[in-house]
Structures are given as structure tokens and as C-alpha cells.
Design a binder for this molecule. Structure first.
Ligand code: GDP
Length: 203
């Protein structure tokens, strides 16, 4: 996909602020530090763009980037950072829930494609498994990506993928794309999944 334009448009903190303009949405979800900003920047070919999400005060917001004036990249807050307590976890769940479940007759919105990121070097954690179970229960389109694969020797990547599948309970046919924001591995495959979603949304 050729990215002609990509711009940060707004941050939302509650359901009333979410964008409802009928454009398709690609939502990025993952643990803090999983490589989400780096991946979004790499996909968009814009170095500092998604960093806005990790500036203080923006980390708990839903950030919207308009791509090619045609669809949204939606950056959801990272979950499970080291010091997160129960309250913060609840806060994340409440925001995610209001983002994913918002809807209704008046809601001009198509179902998002969710790109869930798992750290390929660390592997899937129990928190990732919980997040995956939650996302799968919503019935949204899901693509799991394993990040930072440049840090894994090629000979060990298949074992990493098996481990991630097992921890998440990912079925054989469910997509798992190894990616690296540094080397560019997996970018084409991920863009293809996005393009397929955009086509389906247009029908
Ligand atoms: P976020 O908190 O999920 O937005 O994560 P960041 O994109 O800020 O990345 C967290 C850390 O992982 C940073 O130190 C990045 O440099 C590093 N990182 C991100 N993507 C990659 C990657 O593809 N390969 C490697 N080796 N490191 C990465």
C-alpha cells in the first residue's frame, strides 16, 4: 500500500470522543513497550508520527491517525506496563470496552480490524492471553503480529511462533505475522491483511 498521507487527528478519552465517520478502522493493541509506536511508524513510513501516543498524558488515550484520507489507524493504550495495578488494568479494560463495544443504530461505523501485538522476543505473556481471549470474544477481525523478530535468529522463529500460538490458543488457520519495525520484515504481509480488510469494509 502506498501511504500518500498520514496525520495525527485526535485523541479520545471516552466513548463520546470516538470517531464515527464511517471510515474503516485498523486498531493496534498490545502490552506497553511491545513495539506498537515503532510498528505504526514503520507501516506509515513516518518516523515520529505515533510517538505522540507515548508522550505523558497521551498514553491512556485512544489516538487517531488518518491514512490516505481513507481509513483510520487507531492506537489504543498499551496494557500491563510493569507498575500497572488493578485500578489501571480496570481503566484499560473500561476504555477498550467502550471503544470496541460502542455501537448502535445511530453509529456510523464498520467493525475494526484489530492488530494485536505480542513481543516476539519475550513471547506471549498471560496478560496477552487474557487480552486475546477478550478480543476474540468480541468477534472482531483479528491479526496477531509477533514484534521485534530481528532479535530472533531465523532458526528459532518457528519455535517462537509455536509458543505464541500455544499461549494464546491461536488456531492453526488464524494469522500470525512475524514483524520487525527495524528490518521491515512482515510489513507487506501486514499491509495485505489491512488491504483485504479495507476491501471487505467497502462492500
Ligand atoms: P510501544 O510502547 O509499544 O509503543 O513500543 P515502542 O515502539 O516505543 O518500542 C519499545 C522498545 O522496543 C523501544 O526501545 C524500541 O526501540 C524497541 N523496538 C520496537 N520495535 C522494534 C523492532 O522491530 N526491533 C527491535 N530490535 N526493537 C524494537
Amino acid at each position: 500500500m502506498k501511504v500518500e498521507s498520514a496525520e495525527f487527528v485526535k485523541s479520545a478519552r471516552a466513548s463520546g470522543d470516538f470517531v464515527r465517520d464511517g471510515r474503516p478502522e485498523i486498531a493496534f493493541v498490545g502490552r506497553s513497550n511491545v513495539g506498537k509506536s515503532s510498528l505504526m511508524n514503520r507501516l506509515l513510513g513516518r518516523k515520529g508520527l505515533a510517538r505522540v501516543s507515548s508522550t505523558p498524558g497521551r498514553t491512556r488515550l485512544v489516538n487517531y491517525f488518518l491514512v490516505n484520507r481513507r481509513f483510520w489507524f487507531v492506537d489504543l493504550p498499551g496494557y500491563g506496563y510493569a507498575k500497572a495495578g488493578k485500578d489501571e488494568r480496570r481503566e484499560w479494560a473500561a476504555l477498550a470496552d467502550s471503544y470496541f463495544r460502542a455501537g448502535g443504530a445511530e453509529d456510523n461505523r464498520t467493525r475494526p480490524l484489530v492488530v494485536m501485538l505480542v513481543d516476539g522476543k519475550i513471547g506471549a505473556t498471560p496478560l496477552d492471553a487474557q487480552a486475546y481471549e477478550y478480543l476474540a470474544s468480541l468477534g472482531v477481525a483479528l491479526v496477531v503480529v509477533a514484534t521485534k523478530v530481528d532479535r530472533i535468529p531465523r532458526g528459532k522463529r518457528a519455535a517462537m511462533e509455536r509458543g505464541v500460538r500455544e499461549t494464546l490458543g491461536l488456531e492453526g488457520e488464524a494469522p500470525l505475522i512475524p514483524v520487525s519495525a527495524h528490518s521491515g520484515d512482515g510489513m507487506q504481509e501486514l499491509w495485505s491483511a489491512v488491504a483485504r480488510h479495507l476491501e471487505q469494509s467497502a462492500q
